[in-house]
Design a protein around this ligand. Structure first.
Ligand SMILES: *Cc1c(COP(=O)(O)O)cnc(C)c1O
Length: 377
């Protein structure tokens, strides 16, 4: 049987054309026309206030931590079942991370638990929309506003996915939080190899975000001819990607709808093909609450225990099919445990032990999915 990889980056064919355009323009650094086209697209399409392309989602999260002025001792509430960057970005500025458990029915933060974790030192809630499936944003925004906390969405996986209100209205993920961070890493639905974006939805952060983005200077105002020289105004760093990265991303953005439609078709194909298998084996399929769309970022199974996951993974691997677990919950990481006592977060631990991601990428064929499903059955 031919090997089925876990992921294969999708190329539209226009990436090299736009990159050559940048090279021949002689203007290679960031903030050129492709950067602006990408940023404008995201603002106009998803209702984001202001967008800054960054070199990664990790960088965008680090910018967020600077923007909300994290000081040593401030506390951040976030799910344990997430990528290290959701925590690191805040710890780099001295924050203490306070982990919440996942939902019983999906890996997102259990919003019901958040209030019990709030103290006088809590500064922000960081939510992660796992697999592009929304967290309970109405409840989370309500809690945040009642306690005067910032909300930062780690929307790394959540491009083109929406929260659905009871009346059917939809609002894009990444447009709820004061700040949000997206990733264009090779493994995400659209990519630039490495890349990311900071979304600023709260106007009061925009001016300072421009400064931090420009290494702590008022160069943006200088370029707008508001000031006649640019100077050191604040802390900052180098978060801006070169124009070549933006050119690559622009090619992907132009195909976004086609990419999403195709991924959803493959995701739905998996789901229908595995419904019986799920009923017979107790292996569960992704749970999508009524209040959210999803963007087919990940197709995952949750087995009943880690042995069942190992058995399934081995069976798939023997047939040359790649399948992967996902996060090692951060509350059980060597780094966290070297500084904190052990805590128990049973749902996060369940996803660490039992979640298995199946291959899902643009050039995956439905007959590949048939082979994967046959192997599982
Ligand atoms: C991919 C991912 C990141 C990191 O993105 P980079 O662009 O690689 O920095 C952060 N958080 C989550 C939830 C992710 O899936």
């Amino acid at each position: 049987m031919h090997p089925i990889p876990f992921n294969k980056p999708f190329l539209t064919g226009n990436e090299s054309i736009y990159i050559n355009d940048v090279i021949s323009s002689g203007r290679l650094s960031g903030n050129g026309k492709y950067t602006h086209w990408c940023q404008d697209f995201f603002c106009n399409t998803f209702g984001f206030k202001k967008c800054f392309l960054t070199t990664s989602c990790t960088d965008a999260l680090e910018m967020s931590a600077i923007l909300i002025d994290i000081k040593p001792g401030d506390e951040i509430i976030l799910p344990s079942y997430t990528f290290v960057s959701s925590a690191n970005a805040f710890m780099l500025r001295g924050a203490k991370v306070v982990f919440a458990d996942s939902n019983k029915l999906n890996p997102n933060i259990d919003a019901q638990q958040i209030e019990s974790l709030i103290t006088t030192k809590t500064k922000a809630i960081v939510v992660v929309h796992y697999a592009g499936i929304a967290c309970d944003m109405e409840l989370i925004m309500k809690i945040a506003s009642a306690h005067n906390l910032y909300v930062i969405e780690d929307a790394a996986q959540a491009i083109d996915s929406y929260y659905i209100y009871a009346d059917g209205a939809q609002k894009a993920l990444g447009s709820f939080g004061h700040l949000a961070a997206f990733s264009f890493h090779e493994t995400k639905n659209i990519s630039s190899g490495e890349g990311g974006m900071l979304v600023v939805n709260d106007d009061s952060f925009i001016a300072r975000a421009e400064t931090i983005y420009e290494k702590g200077t008022n160069r943006t105002q200088f370029l707008r001819k508001v000031v006649d020289k640019y100077q050191w105004m604040d802390i900052g760093s180098s978060f801006m990607p070169p124009e070549i990265v933006a050119a690559f991303l622009w090619a992907q953005i132009q195909e976004l709808q086609q990419i999403q439609t195709h991924r959803k078709k493959l995701w739905n194909y998996y789901y229908s093909a595995l419904e019986n298998f799920s009923n017979q084996t107790g292996v569960t399929l992704p749970y999508i609450p009524q209040y959210t769309t999803h963007n087919a970022h990940i197709f995952y199974l949750v087995t009943s225990d880690s042995r069942q996951r190992d058995d399934i993974t081995n069976k798939l691997n023997q047939s040359n099919i790649s399948a992967y677990s996902h996060y090692q919950s951060l509350h059980n990481s060597p780094f966290y445990l070297s500084q904190h006592p052990m805590v128990s977060l049973p749902n996060a631990e369940k996803y660490t032990d039992c979640l298995l991601r199946l291959p899902l990428f643009h050039s995956l064929q439905t007959n590949d999915i048939d082979l994967i499903v046959d192997c599982l059955i």
